[in-house]
Design a protein around this ligand. Structure first.
Ligand code: NDP
Length: 239
């Protein structure tokens, strides 16, 4: 039987890239979205449409999804993974960074949901996997706005899960601890970045993007009547 279309946002690096490789190896056609489209096409995955889309542009997200559906059929799974982490102290940080995080991590995620949910309800099936964080369950130093976005991801996911459960649509939260990706590189304070690196070393290293891709794959591949509501995973030594 041919596999269904999966959409992955932020597939140009880290967790999204590993997830794209993993689900492609399972035979799924893919729609990959990110701003660095060259990194998407460089993956060279079969049956894959790569589109340069900023997830804060809801119309562009919807247009890319319509284009992919015309080619591969209905979206069966959306992995809302695109995200930014700009760490800073609340009294020092440029509010523009707070806005960027809420725009991408929260509004970008809602844009993806908006583009697929009515059709999943109508089809009585589908899965949305939202990538939150352990920073969506507890707070960390310098993380105020980032934690705010990820607490929001947990709340949005659980709220919509209840809303569409009767329609046989699954909403899943994946909450990773620290993962070895490019995420920290966009933080502007060298001091905060150095402290974060030290924290990672202190726990003897962090987990890999593939560890998260495996969790996403596990949750998604369960039968449709079974919803893994949340997976929290981190290095054993992470506090
Ligand atoms: P990366 O920085 O490696 O990947 C982030 C991805 O998001 C990139 O593909 C980037 O693509 C994309 N992205 C960022 N902004 C936008 C935008 N406006 N529009 C479209 N795509 C965008 O980090 P990770 O792989 O670690 O991050 C993936 C998710 O995992 C994030 O939601 C992050 O918060 C979460 N997470 C990560 C943890 C970690 O320790 N690494 C821990 C817990 C959660 P491009 O720049 O090409 O647009």
């Amino acid at each position: 039987m041919s596999k269904s279309l999966v959409v992955i946002t932020g597939a140009s690096s880290g967790i999204g890239e590993a997830t794209a490789r993993t689900l492609s190896a399972q035979g799924h056609p893919l729609l990959l979205l990110a701003r660095r489209v060259d990194r998407l096409t460089a993956l060279g995955l079969p049956n894959t449409l790569c589109r340069q889309v900023d997830v804060t542009d809801g119309a562009a997200v919807s247009a890319a999804i319509e284009e992919a559906e015309a080619q591969y059929g209905p979206v069966d799974c959306l992995v809302n993974n695109a995200g930014v982490m700009l760490l800073g102290l609340a009294h020092e940080q440029d509010p523009a960074e707070w806005k960027t995080m809420f725009d991408v991590n929260v509004m970008g995620l809602l844009n993806g949901i908006h583009a697929v949910l009515a059709k999943m309800k109508a089809r009585q099936g589908g899965t949305v996997i939202n990538i939150s964080s352990i920073a969506g369950r507890k707070t960390f130093p310098n993380h105020a706005a980032y934690c705010g976005t990820k607490f929001a991801v947990h709340a949005i996911t659980e709220n919509i899960r209840e809303e569409v459960a009767d329609d046989n649509v699954r909403f899943i939260t994946i909450a990773p601890g620290a993962v070895d990706t490019e995420l920290l590189s966009h933080t502007t304070s060298d001091e905060i970045k150095a402290g974060y690196e030290e924290w990672k070393e202190g726990m003897g290293g962090v987990i890999a993007p593939q560890d998260i891709a495996n969790a996403i794959d596990y949750a998604y591949q369960q039968p449709q009547h079974l919803c893994i509501r949340e997976i929290v995973l981190a290095a054993t030594r992470q506090q």
